[in-house]
Design a protein around this ligand. Structure first.
Ligand code: PMP
Length: 441
């Protein structure tokens, strides 16, 4: 009997015992093409020698030194490299151990900023429906994933959730993508005015929505309008790039493609590429200075923040992305993945939408293409596709998101940046078979 507390208590999971490039290998020797990088994590595949060497090298120097006493070379180098490549005025880095820690820190930093600035009445965080910002109480409160929130409602903090930017369902017939983008963004201003601008501290959003809706990019102009609205009302813009950042969409930060920069950015997943648990919150010097010239202390912290071995891994991953020109590779392989998905699944009567950017793609399944009606949630279609694909040797990330109050099914794809043309064909072939198998049950 296993004493590990698994996510699905009734399931017996295969044992992961090896990794080879884009493949994971279980203890029976079965190989699985990692079509989702776990959950958009393994951007360099599973056996990158440069990252493994950097980890070993740091372990030989020092494994841990508490940030209350020390900084470390890898933490400093990683922060320098991040800032040199970050958009806008982001110029301070707070290293943590994962995505939820990064978003929690962002929420608290935004609040402390306003307290230090002498505007303590700014306490409202506005977020979006169909979003995910992590599983800790603050991050879960900000997220709009009803399935994940359901049981914990009484524990969650009160936050506003405006409609997401979701063109497939919300763009009106005859409305241009640009007009829709502005209309969707204007929902933020409506909510700021309803709450009272002087009480709103920040707005948080994923530039490309991941875990809740399946790689949904914003409509053109959406984030530019969001930035304008935030600036008009002095509201901080927090962009959660935990899933879509670190090159996943073809630029290091996804928001670069929307032509905006946030006041606070959160990254994780692809930062450590799975080699070490690491996340980061980046903020502007304006925010940093308000605190350093105020109380001088960000009232937050975790024991393992700035962990030297995790930072060494993060630095090696980011160096690899930049030095091996992997952003360009994400763009070409992402375009190929999109093309193959459209060729093979585009005409399928139950494929409603294929979307995404770079190597971050989503497929939305519908019971009827015309009406876009989702499948009955009781059918558990996305989960069945995941099982059929896994059986056939493909890891893909299923999701049931909420659409108009009903569950909808999506599959998220986020393969390693090193995926080859042949492996893209293998991925799309197995996925297409798995969709047929799941629909037949
Ligand atoms: N934000 C986003 C956008 C995410 O996708 C996730 C993880 N799926 C998180 C935050 C939370 O990250 P973690 O699981 O590392 O805590």
């Amino acid at each position: 009997m296993s004493h590990v507390f698994p996510r699905h208590c009734h399931k017996t999971l295969p044992t992961a015992s090896g990794g080879d490039g884009c493949y994971l290998i279980d203890s029976t020797g079965k190989r699985y093409l990692d079509g989702s990088g776990g959950a958009a994590v393994s951007c360099l595949g599973h056996s990158d020698p440069q990252v493994l060497d950097a980890i070993r090298d740091q372990l030989d120097r020092v494994a841990f030194a508490h940030t209350g006493f020390f900084t470390s070379d890898p933490a400093e180098s990683l922060a320098d490299l991040l800032i040199a490549n970050a958009p806008g005025d982001l110029d301070r880095v707070y290293l943590v151990s994962g995505g939820s820690e990064a978003t929690e820190a962002a929420i608290k930093l935004a609040r402390q900023y306003w307290v230090e600035k002498g505007e303590p009445e700014r306490k409202h965080l506005i977020a979006r429906k169909q979003s995910y910002h992590g599983n800790t109480i603050g991050a879960l409160s900000a997220g709009g994933n009803e399935w994940r929130r359901k049981q914990f409602g009484p524990l969650l903090l009160e936050m506003s959730h405006i409609d997401p930017c979701y063109a497939y369902r919300n763009q009106r017939g005859g409305e241009s993508a640009e007009t829709y983008g502005v209309r969707a963004a204007d929902a933020l201003e409506t909510e700021i005015l309803r709450l009272g601008p002087e009480t709103v501290m920040a707005f948080i959003a994923e530039p490309v929505v991941g875990a809740t809706a399946g790689a949904v990019p914003a409509a053109p102009g959406y984030f530019k309008r969001i930035r304008e609205i935030c600036d008009r009302h002095g509201v901080l813009l927090i962009l959660d790039e935990v899933m879509c950042g670190m090159g996943r969409t073809g630029t290091l930060f996804a928001c670069e493609q929307d032509g905006v920069a946030p006041d606070i950015a959160c990254i994780a997943k692809g930062l450590g590429a799975g080699y070490q648990p690491i996340g980061a919150m980046l903020c502007t010097s304006a925010i940093y200075e308000a605190i350093s010239q105020g109380s001088g202390f960000f009232q937050h912290g975790h024991t393992y923040m700035g962990h030297p071995v995790a930072a060494a891994a993060g630095h090696a991953v980011l160096s690899a992305i930049l030095e091996r020109d992997l952003l360009a590779r994400v763009q070409t392989q992402g375009a190929l993945l999109d093309r193959r998905l459209r060729e093979v699944l585009g005409p399928h009567p139950h494929v409603g939408d294929i979307r995404g950017r770079g190597l971050f793609r989503g497929v939305e399944l519908v019971s009827d293409r015309e009406s876009k009606a989702p499948f009955d949630p009781a059918r558990g279609l996305a989960a069945k596709i995941k099982s059929a694909a896994f059986e056939a040797g493909l890891i893909c990330y299923p999701m049931s998101g909420t659409i108009d109050g009903r569950q909808g099914d999506h599959i998220l794809l986020a393969p390693p940046f090193i995926i080859s043309d042949a492996q893209i064909d293998e991925l799309v072939g197995i996925l297409s078979g798995a969709i047929e198998t799941a629909l037949a049950h």
